[in-house]
Design a protein around this ligand. Sequence first.
Ligand code: ADP
Ligand code: MG
Length: 255
Amino acid sequence: MKVISVANRKGGVGKTTTAINIATALAAIEKKVVVIDLDPQGNATTSMGIKKEKHQKSTYEILIGECKANQAVIHTGVPNFDILPSSPDLAAAEIELVDMDKREYILKNTLKDMESEYDYAIIDCPPSLNLITINALVASNSVLVPLQCEFLALEGLADLMKNLNAIKRNFNHNLILQGIVLTMFSRQNNLSKMIEENVRKYFGDKVYNTVIPRSVRIAEAPSHGKPILIYDFKSVGAQAYINLAKEVLQREKEI
Ligand SMILES: Nc1ncnc2c1ncn2[C@@H]1O[C@H](COP(=O)(O)OP(=O)(O)O)[C@@H](O)[C@H]1O
Ligand SMILES: [Mg+2]
């Protein structure tokens, strides 16, 4: 099982959208995929049309060691696509984790139970660098960074790279940057184009060729409980995510 974290310390940059659509594209080509929703807001869970039930096991119980990862699995309506749902309780997990033994490795250790069942685990990270995100990055083979083309995006990216390198040094020597994807891109917008140029200049081929356009259809899809790939397969947004998934797979082969 390859584990890919979708991470950025900023909120609203397209992490969740990217996580569930890459998962859908991989599932469509018969890869067994599990999305791990580590954001207390649970947007990946609700975007897949899954309600947060009181008695449902979630990534909270997994992280504090109250259940095993495979006990929380929910099948989504998409074949080959399972999810470990989030719960609002996850917001408290951070504090509870602090006193635990090997607190950075809890997710990594619990995912061992699922190794043989899935080809890919895609982790939807919260918008911060807390212990939950550290658990995600320690459990991952690679990290995929969605970047919204906006003012100060590059500064945020430089900070994120420092954080990733620190995690690599201290906890997970093998962690690789899968790539950076530009999201919510507007061709008409000069700032978007300028930022794209800069990001490509500094990060070179770490930036995927595929750019995700700003699209109303992508924004609508979650309210229908579906990834854009299923909500409107022919839309430019869906096609962009298919192309991105191809690049992700290609890089997985090279890694
Ligand atoms: N390419 C896009 N075009 C338009 N809206 C988008 C696009 N990608 C994401 N969105 C919307 O923007 C908001 C933030 O995206 P989301 O994936 O939830 O970001 P994050 O997980 O980083 O907070 C959501 O309402 C989502 O539906
Ligand atoms: Mg999110």
